[in-house]
Design a protein around this ligand. Structure first.
Ligand code: ZN
Length: 860
């Protein structure tokens, strides 16, 4: 730059210098003697957390933007640190993974990673022969409002980047430390904002203060209000999808998961409850977790922090960040710090501070690294034996593989294949038609998963049905059999020979193949099977073009160019005439939709059917475009509302207006034809009831989930009566300190039940067969009432398919409604007694929910 003498330029430079200087001196320096091990000397050239944004570290809660900015800067300043963006959140925030190790190791990072993977899969011994570094993944704040964890990640990264101690130098020579600073950036930002906007200059520490009570929906969850610490296995969100890829890229020895728990607590580290470990996790995992625990105990003793282990938390559900690694050859460790939203809180265990909470997480981050280094050999042996044992396990297993499929449902299969792909499960095409246990599978729409592959344990956990358990208490759900959740046709194959015979080419995961219009342009119209998972998005797209879409309530068979095709109730028909668009335009429009959505329409030559109703029949109902209103806010479950919002908005791109419960009274319901009440605790008065009733009687469709039905029943809009909870057995008395367990054993913690359905009922349109798997994760059981048509989905006579259900509940639940209908004049109330949209992976039952929204108005 030659114009350095320009006076204007010098003045600007001087101002910039002043601003930078002011920013750099505004923050208080980090209190290293409080946070760091004694006598830590640091490289002064490395910026401290807080230096860039001017925050006093350990006081203000860092926003994700400030944290991300610091981490990127740190990687720029330190030759020990590199940073990689591995994904983006729904709100477009970056997900970062830092790699921290010696500059020498950085030079050969990918070589280390590859040697590690080759070693654990038994392909080479270079990794141990050359004594390569142990790999540790530190993950913070998957629950965004558990801020001390994410804030501790700054300290961990800074310490490892700046410390000149011999121990850190030695550590970085012998370990690759991967830091995932915040797993849920969207929620983390909401929570940081809440904490900071309520910060008092004069702290009281009173837990009733607004600072500790976030407004709905809080910062725990992600953009669509999902708990990302349940999504590692369902993998329905961009955060988890990207993370799984990054995780499998490394398969670290140890993975940590840093949280906060109730505010009247101390600190927890795993191992958790010894009886509640997933049976697919090798036994040695618990022992290694315990050995690592000794390092945490010593480190926490040294700083005078109290703690507990072996109780309260479990390791059963593979969707959690500390349990998923256990099913994938790593050791997952959960840490729980007493809750902190602000800077200081008075509790039963005394005064706790944000700084102290950060220090606890930082301390166990270091003890994890220390422990992993010391147990390196054992961890190597463990990972290798995790995979080495698989051929023998497969040999002993009666099941050698699974076949699954879904006819006329490429979108649903696509979602299932995507799930397999995220978990590194190899899938093959089916080579020939086969019949197994009364189910027929065709190569057109079926696939095969062989048990004999490295992901054997995880495959078993996703495909098996389990009804026998060591324990009767679950911190989370007791079952997640994926083909049942997707309502796929599926069967186990019990011979290796059969698996080899049926195994076609390996499936490469990709977008579904584009669809087309079979039979080409038609003067009459176009038909689509009602079984397609994306049906609702397709209907919405067609209606957006001002075209009339009709739904069939009868079955029929019709000739098309490829032969005769049978359609079931729920099939969709678009007439080529008497529409806003010309027949040519309709053809082009549907062709585009078929291509994009991967579905086949059938162009028909005549409206006359050789069997069943003709296309001009009264049984072809024009569908009204849905104008959807949902109540979401204080008093509703953010999970239930979030699942619906995600389903409509994200998956199907269907507009929904969301209002707070207290807005309902002032909302003109007649602007909408569909009202959704998610699970919740509603307390509207009689006036709102009258308003709803008037709207219903004129044709409104109301879909109520779980708790919403209590309010509807209380105001006599529906007639659903709850069954009494099971009596406690007074003859079998447990010791006083175990009495809670007895009560919990009677709760229904996520169980899969067989439902009976009538596939001709609008609520069940597009579902094949007369039964389907249902999921129940609440304790309310209702009595059957009204006519049989009022219960389109009934929990069956002997319903348990998978999961834990007490004997008492087995009796109570049989022949009770899963879905119940009530007519109010021209309108309908559709009540779901359990959550059909559970965690976005119940593709089977969320079709029932979408049917309620789209076809509820067809119920007469
Ligand atoms: Zn948490």
């Amino acid at each position: 730059m030659g114009k350095i003498y320009c006076p204007m330029y010098t003045r600007v430079l001087f101002i910039v210098f002043l601003v930078v200087f002011a920013a750099n001196t505004a923050f208080s320096q980090l209190n290293k003697s409080y946070f760091f091990p004694a006598d830590t000397a640091v490289n002064e050239n490395i910026p401290e957390p807080g230096s860039l944004c001017g925050h006093k570290y350990g006081w203000w809660h860092f926003s994700h933007d400030q944290l991300a900015n610091y981490m990127v800067n740190l990687a720029g300043e330190s030759d020990r640190v590199t940073i990689r963006e591995y994904g983006r959140t729904h709100e477009n925030r970056p997900l970062y993974l830092l790699a921290i190790t010696s500059p020498e190791n950085h030079q050969r990072l990918d070589e280390i990673r590859q040697a590690h993977l080759d070693y654990l899969h038994g392909r080479s011994t270079d990794y141990v022969d050359q004594d390569m570094p142990v790999i540790i993944w530190l993950g913070y704040s998957v629950h965004g409002n558990e801020s001390s964890a994410g804030n501790a990640s700054l300290l961990t990264a800074y310490y490892l980047a700046s410390s000149r101690s011999d121990e850190v130098e030695h550590t970085l020579d012998n370990a690759v430390i991967l830091v995932d600073p915040v797993l849920n950036p969207d929620g983390f930002s909401r929570a940081a904002n809440w904490s900071n906007m309520h910060t008092h200059r004069v702290q009281t520490g009173d837990r009733r203060d607004r600072q500790f009570r976030e407004d709905w929906p809080g910062g725990r969850t992600n953009h669509y209000w999902f708990d990302l610490n349940r999504d590692w296995m369902p993998a329905q969100h961009p955060e988890s999808k990207a993370r799984l890829k990054a995780y499998h890229h490394w398969k670290p020895h140890v993975v940590t998961d840093h949280h906060e728990m109730g505010s009247n607590s101390t600190f927890f580290f795993q191992p958790g409850e010894p009886e509640r470990v997933n049976p697919r996790t090798p036994e040695e995992n618990y022992g290694l977790t315990q050995q690592l625990g000794r390092f945490h105990a010593r480190a926490l003793d040294d700083i005078g922090s109290l703690y507990f282990s072996k109780e309260g938390f479990d390791d059963f559900y593979y969707g959690k960040g500390s349990t998923y690694p256990d099913g994938n050859a790593s050791i997952g460790i959960l840490f729980e710090q007493s809750r902190m939203m602000g800077q200081m809180l008075e509790g039963d265990h005394g005064k706790s501070t944000f700084a102290r909470a950060i220090r606890n997480h930082f301390t166990v981050s270091l003890s994890t690294i220390r422990g992993a280094l010391s147990l390196k050999e054992k961890l190597n042996d463990y990972q290798r034996s995790f995979y080495a044992k698989i051929p023998r396990k497969v040999g002993d297993d009666e099941v050698k593989g699974y076949v699954f499929g879904a006819e006329h449902n490429p979108a649903k299969l696509h979602h299932f294949l995507e799930l397999m792909h995220h978990h590194q499960i190899k899938v093959n095409r089916l080579k020939e038609d086969v019949q197994i246990q009364d189910e027929s599978f065709s190569p057109r729409s079926s696939y095969l998963v062989s048990a004999d592959q490295p992901q054997y344990r995880f495959i078993k956990s996703l495909f098996e049905k389990r009804t026998h358990f060591e324990d009767s208490i679950f911190y989370d759900i007791s079952t997640w059999t994926m083909p049942l959740a997707f309502n796929l046709d599926y069967a186990a194959i019990e011979s290796s020979g059969k698996v080899s015979r049926l195994k076609g080419e390996r499936v490469k995961f990709s977008e579904p193949a584009p669809g087309k219009i079979i039979g080409g342009e038609s003067e009459v119209g176009y038909l689509l099977h009602g079984s397609h998972y994306n049906l609702y998005r397709i209907i919405h797209k067609i209606q957006q073009k001002d075209l009339v879409v009709k739904a069939a309530s009868n079955s029929f068979t019709i000739p098309v160019s490829s032969g005769k095709v049978s359609f079931k109730p729920g099939a969709i028909f678009v007439h080529s005439r008497r529409q806003e668009l010309s027949p040519d335009q309709i053809y082009t429009c549907l062709q585009e939709i078929a291509k994009k959505e991967g579905v086949n329409f059938y162009g028909v030559e005549t409206a006359l059917t050789p069997k069943g109703s003709d296309l001009g029949s009264w049984s072809m109902d024009p569908l009204e475009e849905r104008r959807i209103l949902m109540v979401a806010g204080e008093g509703t479950s953010s999970y239930s509302a979030g699942e619906i919002w995600h389903l409509l908005d994200h998956r199907f791109r269907i507009p929904v207006v969301m209002i707070k419960p207290n807005q309902l009274e002032r909302t003109n319901l007649f602007d909408f034809n569909t009202l959704i009440l998610p699970d919740g605790w509603y307390d509207w008065d009689e006036e709102v009831k009258q308003q709803l009733d008037t709207w219903l009687r004129q044709g409104g469709v109301l879909v109520g989930l779980e708790g919403a039905n209590d309010w509807l029943a209380k105001h006599k809009l529906i007639h659903l009566e709850k069954k009494a909870r099971p009596e406690m057995d007074s003859t079998h008395v447990l010791p006083y300190n175990e009495r809670g367990n007895k009560r919990r054993a009677q709760s229904i913690s996520g169980v899969i039940l067989k439902g009976s359905i009538d596939p001709t009922h609008p609520i069940n349109y597009g579902i094949r067969g007369k039964t389907m798997p249902l999921f129940k994760d609440n304790n309310e059981i209702y009595k059957k009432s009204g006519s049989p048509y009022d219960t389109p989905v009934l929990i069956g006579e002997d319903p348990l398919m998978s999961g834990y259900l007490s004997d008492e509940n087995r009796q109570r639940i049989k022949n009770t409604p899963y879905c119940h209908l009530t007519q109010r004049g021209g309108g309908t109330i559709i009540s779901f007694t359990a959550d059909p949209n559970f965690r976005a992976f119940w593709y089977g039952t969320n079709k029932l929910f979408m049917n309620a929204v789209f076809f509820g108005g067809m119920v007469r």
